[in-house]
Design a protein around this ligand. Structure first.
Ligand SMILES: NC(=O)c1ccc[n+]([C@@H]2O[C@H](COP(=O)([O-])OP(=O)(O)OC[C@H]3O[C@@H](n4cnc5c(N)ncnc54)[C@H](O)[C@@H]3O)[C@@H](O)[C@H]2O)c1
Length: 331
């Protein structure tokens, strides 16, 4: 039985990770801003091997309460996500990713803790040559475009992670998630927002042409990749793309959600012009595809849930959790 800390453990991916860790017998300490008491599908906080420490990851003294001697692994997931947040609050995005990650790494070094850092496909930015292998170039836009604050600060955090490994031998692994979706996700992303709106009888939103593509990765598959990476000695000092390699356009994802939800009153999407909503400086990423063969080859990771099955499961979960549908959706 391992003793682990999950920062951001009440979030979307973190909460699924915490359940998986408790299920396999680990003792789990979650470090987060607050308990999520609204989500009635979360029951791990009644588990005898669960502990919660409340705090802000940018406050090292607070993180110290969770990252005590004897912690085997820290899964560092706390971050501010969502393009709207990168645009409206870049300072917080930067602080959490850079200062927060530095705090976690210093405490891990002090106690000899293994580090699993959750990074993102956004680090590749608008690289025009997908699929992206782990060591491919980062291509990002101007620092006057706040959208790039997330990509850049996650990349800075990755540099910190690898620098601590190279300088001090800290055992670290980076996983880069590609468009993870599923139950509990804040409805500000294409699949979660579409499901939320459609089940509320509203048209889903389709941004600009709808031809932008993503590789949607069901949350259970992301968790499986995370655990394989954290458990592998060969993964120390390495980065892994964790993502489906099947490209789906935004239009197809939204149409699939409409079809699978099968609500009589919703049969089409509403067009949104992002330049009008986010301002002229907004930049989208036209195609984002991982090369995840390294995770397959070196970790034995496989994608189990295709996008149709994943959206079906997300819809079933949302129907069974009315509190989720009553909450606000992005836009
Ligand atoms: N969802 C995706 O598709 C995706 C893709 C790539 C990377 N990621 C990464 O995965 C991780 C989890 O993302 P998610 O989708 O579950 O997001 P989420 O917003 O659902 O969860 C993030 C959690 O971090 C907590 N948090 C934020 N700032 C904090 C702070 N200063 N101190 C303490 N806690 C703080 C939040 O309260 C929340 O519980 C993040 O690191 C994110 O960058 C997610």
């Amino acid at each position: 039985m391992a003793n682990v800390v999950v920062t951001g453990g009440y979030g979307f991916i973190g909460s699924h990770l915490v359940s998986a860790l408790l299920d396999r017998g680990d003792s789990v300490t979650v470090f987060d801003f607050a308990k999520n008491t609204r989500d009635t599908s979360i029951d791990f906080d009644r588990h005898p091997n669960f502990r919660f420490v409340q705090g802000d990851v940018t406050d090292k003294a607070a993180v110290e309460q969770a990252m005590t001697p004897g912690v085997d692994t820290v899964f560092h997931l706390a971050a501010v996500v969502g393009v709207k947040n990168y645009m409206s609050n870049p300072l917080q995005v930067l602080d959490v990713n850079v200062i927060g990650t530095r705090n976690v790494l210093e405490l891990a070094q002090r106690h000899g803790t293994r580090v699993l850092f959750s990074s993102t496909s956004e680090v590749f930015g608008k690289n025009p040559n997908p699929p992206f292998a782990e060591d491919d170039d980062r291509v990002v836009g101007s620092t006057r475009t706040a959208r790039w604050s997330y990509s850049t600060s996650k990349a800075m955090a990755e540099h910190l992670v690898f620098a601590m490994h190279d300088s001090y031998g800290l055992p670290v692994t980076v996983v880069r998630y590609f468009n993870v979706y599923g139950p509990r996700q804040n409805p500000i992303f294409v699949i979660s927002q579409s499901v939320h709106r459609i089940l509320n009888g509203r048209q889903p939103l389709l941004y600009d042409s709808g031809d932008q593509s993503r590789c949607f990765t069901y949350v259970d598959d992301a968790i499986a990749g995370t655990l394989l990476a954290a458990d592998s000695d060969a993964a120390i000092g390495e980065a892994f793309n964790i993502g489906s390699m099947t490209e789906t356009t935004m239009r197809d994802a939204v149409d699939l959600a409409i079809k699978l939800a099968s609500i009589d009153s919703v049969s089409s999407a509403e067009a949104v012009d992002t330049k009008a909503s986010y301002g002229a400086r907004y930049e989208d990423i036209p195609r984002r595809i991982p090369d995840s063969t390294k995770a397959q080859r070196e970790l034995g990771w496989r994608l189990d849930v295709d996008v149709e099955e994943g959206i079906r499961r997300t819809i079933d979960w949302a129907r069974a959790n009315p509190w989720y549908l009553e909450g606000p959706a992005g836009n």
